[in-house]
Design a protein around this ligand. Structure first.
Ligand code: FE2
Ligand code: FE2
Length: 273
């Protein structure tokens, strides 16, 4: 497992945005639906520290490899949030500056419940909890990778497309690390496979949901993926199902169906050039 970590740490860096033409950002206008989605991801990316805060209360924190990975991963995610913040400021719609403790205090009841659940389950199954963490991370990172590919294509904004492409590349590296770890930990341990399935069934929700209103997540999942009517969520689920013990995984499709998230109106989308 150390090889994955060494490779990740050696290539860890701030997302490279040196050639983004920030002055040109306000020249191309975004549909309100696209702008709302950018705001959502600015908040999600900037909330990574909160997830790490919760993670420190679980048994993953005691795994020396995972704690090193999380440190470098958090550093990269911080710059994703800052990239979207800079984009919104350049566009003329700056994100409000909210102190992180205030955002954390304003998190939803569901998120608080989820945190307690994570702590309790990780105490109950300390040896298997890192596998839960790795599977969870793999699903959320794959979702953000698909999300940024879609955002770049659907928003029709050249500079935003550069941001999405560069950030998306890092999300893919994050996914690769989590996924390989998940594969190994699940492949080697039948108990971990059972614990992961149980934990996902109890608590899995789409990325970013805890830190914003559910309607914001629904909007993003419609704008980017056409919800239950698109092909992206099915593609994410298909990849997750290749993991040992997760052949049943259908929670993402079930969530968008349950919340009535469907196809984005075509006038939200930039014409294909
Ligand atoms: Fe990110
Ligand atoms: Fe990521």
């Amino acid at each position: 497992m150390g090889i994955d970590l060494d490779r990740f740490l050696e290539t860890s860096a701030q997302v490279d945005l040196a050639d983004v033409a920030w002055h040109a950002v306000p020249e191309r206008r975004l549909h309100d639906a696209a702008l709302r989605t950018v705001r959502y991801f600015q908040l999600v990316e900037s909330s990574t520290l909160h997830y790490v805060r919760v993670l420190t209360g679980t048994s993953s924190w005691r795994d020396p490899e995972l704690s090193s990975f999380v440190t470098a991963w958090l550093y990269e995610e911080e710059f994703h949030g800052r990239a979207f913040r800079r984009f919104l400021a350049a566009y003329g719609d700056p994100a409000p500056v909210v102190a992180r403790p205030a955002v954390f205090e304003a998190r939803s009841f569901g998120e608080r419940f989820d945190e307690l659940g994570q702590r309790a389950l990780s105490r109950f199954w300390p040896g298997a909890w890192p596998a839960v963490h790795m599977v969870w991370g793999a699903i959320q990172e794959l979702t953000t990778y698909h999300a940024y590919r879609a955002l770049g294509a659907r928003a029709g904004h050249p500079e935003l497309a550069v941001l999405c492409e560069r950030i998306g590349k890092q999300e893919l590296r994050h996914f690769a690390y989590y996924y390989r770890q998940a594969e190994r930990r699940l492949g080697a341990d039948a108990h971990a496979r059972r614990v992961v399935s149980t934990a996902l069934r109890i608590g899995w929700r789409p990325v970013g949901l805890g830190m914003s209103a559910p309607e914001e997540a629904c909007h993003a999942l419609s704008f980017l993926f056409d919800g239950a009517e698109g092909t992206e969520i099915a593609a994410i689920e298909a990849r997750v199902r290749l993991l040992p013990g997760l052949e049943w995984f259908d929670l993402f499709g079930a969530w968008v169906t349950r919340h009535g998230v469907g196809r984005a109106p075509r006038d939200w989308l930039a014409p294909v050039e």
